[in-house]
Design a protein around this ligand. Structure first.
Ligand code: NAD
Ligand code: TYD
Length: 350
C-alpha cells in the first residue's frame, strides 16, 4: 500500500488527477491537500470522495510547520504537486500570492519530502507539475523543447520557473528523486471560469460581452485535461529521475479563431441564429506582457514513454461545451461563490 500526496487536487487539473489515481489505484491511499482558495472546489470530486482510498486534508502549502506535520503523519511515498496560483491576470494584479504559493510552498514540500525520506529514497518520487509558459513567447515558428532556455515573462510564469529551478536544484544537490513536466493550455470540465474557454461559455450563455485581449492574434496549444492527467500518471510511474517531459496537444489555435469556433458551437447548442453569439465579441485592452505564441514539441514523452493525446480537439471541445451547458448548476455555484460554503457543509458541520 503506497500513500501518495496530491496537492491542489480540488482545482481544475488536480481534480482530474485525483479521480484517475483514486479509481485506477485502489491499492494506493490518495491524500488530497488543498487550501480551497477561490479556485479549489470540493464539488469537483463528489463522485469519488466517499471511496475508501481517498482522504482530503485542508491546508496551505506555505505553512511550513503544518506541511512538516502532515508528512510526518502520512509518511508519503510519492508527491504529485499541482497546487499553485495559476491565473496570469491575477499574477499581474497581485504577484505576491504567486511568490508565496508557487515558490515558498514548493520549497516547503521539497524540504518535508527530504526530511522524511532521508538517504533511502528507493521507491520514492517527487513530481512537480509545471507549465510551458516558463519558456517565454515564440514568434511564428518553432516549438518549445525540454532544452529551450527559460524566459518567463509574467509573474505567474516567473514564479513557476523559479519553482522548477528549485526542484531541479534539490535533485542535483540533495539527490531528491524528482521528475517534472511542462504542459500547454488545458481545457475540459471543472475549469474555473476566469480562464478563456469556461469564461466565454458562461458569458455567451448570459449574453455578456466576450472580452478578447488585443487583436485576438495570440496562439495557444490546447490539450484535453484528461490526456494531461494520463500523461501525469505515466510520468509519475515510468518517468526517469531528474528528467523533464514536455506535454502538448499539437493543436495550435489563434485566440480569435478558437473563439469564433466556440461561438458557432454555442449558437448550435443554444438554438440561436448563426452569428448571434459572435456579436458578443468585444476587443479590449491587451494583457500586459501578453505572450504571443506557445507551442510544445512533445517528441520526448512520445518516444520514451509512448504518450500521445487520445482526444481529438473537435470531440474534446464539443464535449467540453456540452459539459458546461449540462452542468449549469456547477457554473452558477462557482460564479456566485456558493461553492465556498460546500466545504463547511461537507466537513465542518458534519
Ligand atoms: P487551479 O487554479 O484550477 O487549481 C489550483 C489548486 O491549488 C486549487 O484547488 C487551489 O485551492 C490550490 N491552492 C492554491 N494555493 C494553495 C496553497 N497555498 N496551498 C494549498 N493549495 C493551494 O489550477 P490548474 O489549472 O488546475 O493548474 C494546476 C497546476 O498545473 C498548476 O501548478 C499549474 O501551474 C499547472 N498547469 C496548468 C495549466 C492549465 O492550462 N491550467 C497548464 C500547464 C500547467
Ligand atoms: P488563459 O485561459 O488565461 O490562459 P493563459 O494566459 O495561461 O494562456 O488565456 C488564454 C488566451 O486567451 C490568452 O492568450 C489570453 C486570452 N484571453 C482573452 O483574450 N480574454 C480573456 O478574457 C481571457 C481570460 C484570456
Amino acid at each position: 500500500m503506497k500513500t501518495i500526496l496530491i496537492t491542489g487536487g480540488a482545482g481544475f487539473i488536480g481534480s482530474h488527477v485525483v479521480r484517475l489515481f483514486v479509481r485506477k489505484y485502489p491499492e494506493y491511499k490518495i491524500v488530497n491537500l488543498d487550501k480551497l482558495t477561490y479556485a479549489g472546489n470540493l464539488a469537483n470530486l463528489n463522485d469519488i470522495e466517499k471511496l475508501p482510498n481517498y482522504v482530503f486534508e485542508k491546508g496551505d502549502i506555505t505553512d511550513e510547520k503544518w506541511i512538516s506535520e502532515l508528512f510526518g503523519k502520512y509518511r508519503f511515498d510519492g508527491v504529485v504537486h499541482l497546487a499553485a496560483e495559476s491565473h496570469v491576470d491575477r499574477s499581474i494584479a497581485n504577484p505576491m500570492e504567486f511568490i508565496m504559493t508557487n515558490i515558498v510552498g514548493t520549497v516547503n514540500l521539497l524540504n518535508a519530502a527530504r526530511a522524511i525520506w532521508g538517504d533511502d529514497t528507493t521507491g520514492k518520487r517527487f513530481y512537480h507539475i509545471s507549465t510551458d509558459e516558463v519558456y517565454g513567447s515564440l514568434g511564428e515558428d518553432g516549438k518549445f523543447t525540454e532544452t529551450t532556455p527559460y524566459d518567463p515573462r509574467s509573474p505567474y510564469s516567473a514564479s513557476k520557473a523559479s519553482s522548477d529551478h528549485l526542484v531541479r536544484a534539490y535533485f542535483h544537490t540533495f539527490h531528491l528523486p524528482v521528475v517534472l513536466s511542462n504542459c500547454s493550455n488545458n481545457y475540459g470540465p471543472y475549469q474555473f471560469p476566469e480562464k478563456l474557454i469556461p469564461l466565454f461559455i458562461h458569458n455567451i450563455r448570459n449574453n455578456k460581452p466576450l472580452p478578447v485581449y488585443g487583436k485576438g492574434e495570440n496562439v495557444r496549444d490546447w490539450l484535453y485535461v484528461e490526456d494531461h492527467a494520463k500523461a501525469i500518471d505515466l510520468i509519475f510511474h515510468k518517468g526517469s529521475d531528474g528528467e523533464t517531459y514536455n506535454i502538448g496537444g499539437n493543436n495550435e489555435w489563434q485566440n480569435i479563431r478558437l473563439i469564433q469556433e466556440l461561438c458557432r458551437i454555442m449558437d448550435r447548442k443554444l438554438g440561436r441564429a448563426e452569428g448571434e453569439s459572435a456579436k458578443l465579441i468585444t476587443y479590449v485592452k491587451d494583457r500586459a506582457g501578453h505572450d504571443l505564441r506557445y507551442a510544445i514539441d512533445a517528441t520526448k514523452i512520445k518516444e520514451e514513454l509512448g504518450w500521445e493525446p487520445t482526444i481529438r480537439f473537435t470531440e474534446g471541445f464539443e464535449a467540453t461545451v456540452e459539459w458546461y451547458i449540462t452542468n449549469e448548476g456547477w457554473l452558477n455555484n462557482v460564479t456566485s461563490g456558493d461553492y465556498q460554503k460546500y466545504y463547511e457543509q461537507q466537513y465542518v458541520k458534519r
